[in-house]
Ligand binder design. Structure first.
Ligand code: G
Ligand code: G
Ligand code: MN
Length: 429
């Protein structure tokens, strides 16, 4: 979209404006705030609704921002899906807090798209002049750090704190440590069993990486996987995981129907042009039937670059691998794309399973997802099953596979083999 069509101020005008303010405010000892507003999954809107609708959406979005701003506030579009607001004459942090809430409220209601409506998610990073920085470049950096901090938390906006900077630089440390992790043999796979709900027989296991660092001890994957994704180390971690999983299943006790292993794939890895080749050669090296390997891809990872991920997953499906949509229900699923998903399995997110017995709505969603998936010939896994009642209710609803603490927590390879050997089918009684 060009500026002429929409009259959005751009990055250049923004910087000029900010410079004027800063020069003026330095002398007068006044405060201002900059709000960096990022629209999440903008690309997905382009894909689903097309560019003209997405362009119209940007105008609507801009108008909503305008509707809650004061006349002295300044709004510019600085990236594809990023706006900046300058709020001059700010009194204190509380004042900015109110402004951010007002903005979030204004964009909370769904936006019109073609014949439907779509709810938009945004994150806002905020920095204050002169509290956090007195020059433009540092001020923008602080707003970026606050934005990162907000995307990693459950809050929709975040005001810069020095901790954001520390956290960010601390991640460099983790990055260095990650570089050595494979050499030092610090990674390990844990396995969490999956059981066939119809027959009670074992189905397979999800492989979950564990990192026991020599200085920090156990570091959770939720901490180091996002860092590895940013730094590019995720590729080599993924190759390690896939090979370790294929090596481990060779040691599992032989059963009538061989057990499958599911490996989590991050969105970043889907864009690696070597992915298909690397997976095929790993299967080749270990002499493993592709049908025994499942790749779990989150719904939101698929939506990042839908065209590309569908092509890649399609090829892997054709080669015989299983593709599973992880954390299903937490992204923006749309029926428009569901019929094209190259997957044969769907994992309903734990958040729907956890309270389904107490919450009719969750129960209803779970049942609907199961029926819909079956209509497309897709198997359904429920994860996060923590008690017998939930397990039975899922069985009743026609769910195919069960995973959760009620069956077993993730275990080391040695413990998993012992667990397999002692497994008793109790699903049916
Ligand atoms: O149970 P656990 O704490 O292992 O999992 C936390 C998160 O880390 C989950 O979302 C899981 O999908 C992810 N995760 C675990 N192992 C891997 C892995 O090998 N690769 C990737 N990309 N994610 C993983
Ligand atoms: O995002 P993904 O589905 O890959 O994450 C799997 C995560 O869920 C792992 O961290 C695993 O340890 C956790 N998990 C598996 N079963 C249960 C359960 O029954 N309860 C809870 N609270 N977490 C579970
Ligand atoms: Mn998973």
């Amino acid at each position: 979209m060009n500026e002429e069509q929409t009259h959005f101020a751009d990055r250049h005008s923004l910087l000029l404006k900010l410079e004027q303010y800063i020069t003026d405010y330095l002398a007068k000892d006044k405060k201002l705030a900059i709000l960096l507003i990022k629209i999440n999954n903008f690309r997905q809107l382009n894909i689903i609704y097309g560019y003209p609708s997405a362009d119209q959406f940007l105008i609507d979005f801009f108008l909503r921002l305008t509707s809650v701003s004061r006349k002295q506030d300044y709004i510019a579009r600085i990236g594809n899906a990023e706006f900046i607001m300058i709020l001059p004459e700010i009194i204190n942090e509380g004042h900015v807090f109110l402004a951010a809430n007002k903005i979030l409220n204004s964009i909370n209601a769904p936006f019109p798209f073609a014949n439907s409506h779509h709810k938009i998610s945004t994150n806002i990073g905020i920095a204050l002049f002169p509290d956090h920085a007195v020059d433009i470049i540092s001020l923008m950096q602080k707003a970026e750090l606050a934005l990162i901090s907000s995307t990693k938390s459950i809050e929709s906006f975040s005001i810069y704190t020095p901790k954001d900077q520390l956290k960010y630089f601390d991640s460099w440390n983790i990055e260095d440590e990650l570089n050595n992790a494979q050499e030092r043999d610090e990674f390990q796979l844990f396995f969490q069993p999956q059981v066939n709900l119809k027959t009670g027989e074992l189905f397979g296991a999800e492989a979950l990486i564990r990192w026991n660092n020599k200085n920090k001890g156990f570091v959770r994957p939720d901490i180091f996987i996002p860092i590895a994704e940013d730094s590019g180390q995720i590729d080599s971690i993924t190759w390690w995981t896939i090979n370790a999983a294929l090596r481990c299943i060779k040691e599992w006790p032989v059963s009538e129907t061989p057990l499958k292993v599911a490996v989590n794939l991050s969105a970043k890895v889907l864009n690696n042009p070597d992915l298909i080749h690397s997976i095929k050669s790993a299967l080749n090296i270990w002499g493993t039937d592709p049908e025994l390997l499942t790749l779990e891809v989150t719904e939101s990872a698929l939506m990042d670059d839908m065209d590309r991920s569908f092509i890649v997953l399609d090829e892997l499906r054709t080669f015989g691998l299983n593709i599973s949509i992880d954390d299903f229900g937490t992204g923006y699923s749309s029926m428009a794309y569901f019929k094209y998903i190259p997957a044969n399995e769907l994992k309903i997110d734990q958040s729907f399973i956890r309270y389904m017995l107490e919450n009719d709505m969750d129960q209803h969603i779970v049942k609907t997802v199961i029926d819909m998936a079956h209509g497309f010939d897709i198997k359904v896994v429920a994860e996060g099953i923590e008690n017998k009642e939930t397990l039975l209710s899922l069985k009743e609803s026609g769910c195919d596979i069960a995973q959760g603490y009620h069956i077993a927590k993730p275990m080391s390879q040695d413990d998993f083999i012992i667990w397999l050997n002692n497994y008793e089918n109790t699903v049916n009684n």
